[in-house]
Design a protein around this ligand. Structure first.
Ligand code: PEP
Ligand code: MG
Length: 375
């Protein structure tokens, strides 16, 4: 309960006085954003827009978007999704009025929005043996074909992140327009909005240029249509070693970096996020090959060094580059200490971890001797 005792409020108030890191939250709904704000988050560090695609009112359009045989058909689905997404962003930006909200464009492989292959095989087999409803069987068979086409052997290293936006720019354009429409409506209503548009799974500056051009065009169109404007920024997730190694180039076209340390751990260590913990990782811990689970406590020797390199290289190009972390490590105290030492600007974690993150950030500052004696 964020409405806690005076002791709690006082303690966290002291923590805020000494900490250097801002504490943001990961939130995908206005309710979570409001909760995060009540817990003391000073921004949203990550809105995962794919979570919004799962709602029952939108899944049929999302599926139409994926299964579309033509651009027109896809555009039709996107025209239904646009007002829905716009309202999603409106709610979050409104709940966080005056504070930055970092909205990430669609990330996961598209087959995640379709029924599972196994389920569909069972359904089609039943339909085929019953001999009834030939029309439905044809539809299900075509869905089955599409799911097979979308199948990937390594989906986490496959057609996801900004690769989706390169393949289907119209999907990202719909999301960008929804963000700007929502922010423009709020601005007209007197709210201060600070949207940040974030590109996931980047590996090259050219990807960012591809999207930045579209963001700029859409921003200008929306500003003209609404007769208003507001400040916004564009940046990238750093989730792949190549992005960290090329951070100086990426910073030429990014105003912020946010470390997606879930993926960065996966790609740096070559450990599948989906399988490592259930397979070999326990043995690594038992044999003390690794001291800690790197998906929980940040691997300072590997992942941490990539982060350090990216911060240094990024700031060489752009001294005012904003840097943060939004992977699970953003809410884990020992990782937060490391983020403080790296000189990041923010950590972002689940709303419920915001108080812990505020304390850990203060602890990191105090133990370095900073701000001691201010009270
Ligand atoms: C990450 O990779 O750390 C991240 C925050 O993105 P996601 O977990 O959604 O892949
Ligand atoms: Mg990620």
């Amino acid at each position: 309960d964020p409405e806690l005792s005076t002791e709690y409020t006082t303690l966290l108030g002291w923590a805020d006085e000494v900490k250097k890191l801002s504490v943001r939250a990961n939130a995908d709904t206005p309710e979570d954003a409001a909760k995060a704000r009540a817990f003391g988050a000073t921004g949203i560090g990550l809105t995962r827009t794919e979570h919004m695609f799962m709602g029952a009112d939108r899944l049929p359009f999302v599926q139409q978007m994926i299964l579309a045989e033509s651009l027109e058909e896809r555009q039709d689905a996107l025209s239904h999704l646009l007002p829905i997404q716009e309202n999603d962003f409106y709610g979050i930006l409104q709940a966080m009025e005056g504070l930055p909200v970092c909205i990430r464009l669609l990330d996961p492989p598209l087959h995640e929005f379709l029924p599972s292959l196994e389920e569909l095989l069972v359904e089609t087999t039943k339909l085929r043996t019953s001999g009834k409803n030939a029309q439905l069987l044809t539809e299900k068979d075509s869905l089955l074909r599409k799911i097979r086409q979308l199948h990937e052997f390594n989906p986490m290293l496959g057609h996801r992140g900004c690769r989706l936006g390169i393949t289907f720019p119209e999907i990202y354009e719909m999301q960008i327009r929804a963000i700007f429409n929502a922010a423009a409506r709020l601005t007209k209503e007197g709210y201060t909005v600070l949207p940040e548009v974030e590109i996931p799974l980047t590996i090259d500056k050219a990807e960012l240029i591809f999207f930045n051009d579209r963001i700029k065009t859409i921003a200008q169109e929306v500003f003209a249509a609404y007769g208003t404007s507001f400040h916004y920024s564009c940046g990238t997730m750093i989730e792949i070693p190549r992005a960290a190694l090329l951070a100086d180039e990426l910073a030429e076209v990014s105003e912020f970096f946010s470390f997606g340390t879930n993926d960065l751990t996966q790609t740096c260590m070559g450990f599948s996020r989906d399988d490592a913990e259930g397979k070999f990782l326990p043995y690594y811990l038992e044999q003390k090959i690794l001291k800690e689970n790197p998906f929980i406590a940040l691997d300072r020797k590997g992942v941490g060094q990539l982060m350090k390199l990216a911060v240094e290289k990024g700031r060489q190009t752009r001294p005012d580059l904003i840097t943060g972390i939004c992977g699970e490590h953003g809410g884990e105290p020992s990782s937060i200490v490391f983020c403080h030492q790296l000189g990041l600007d923010f950590v972002s974690c689940s709303p419920y971890r915001v108080p812990i993150a505020r304390l850990a950030a203060a602890q990191a500052a105090v133990s370095q001797g900073e701000n001691l004696g201010t009270r």
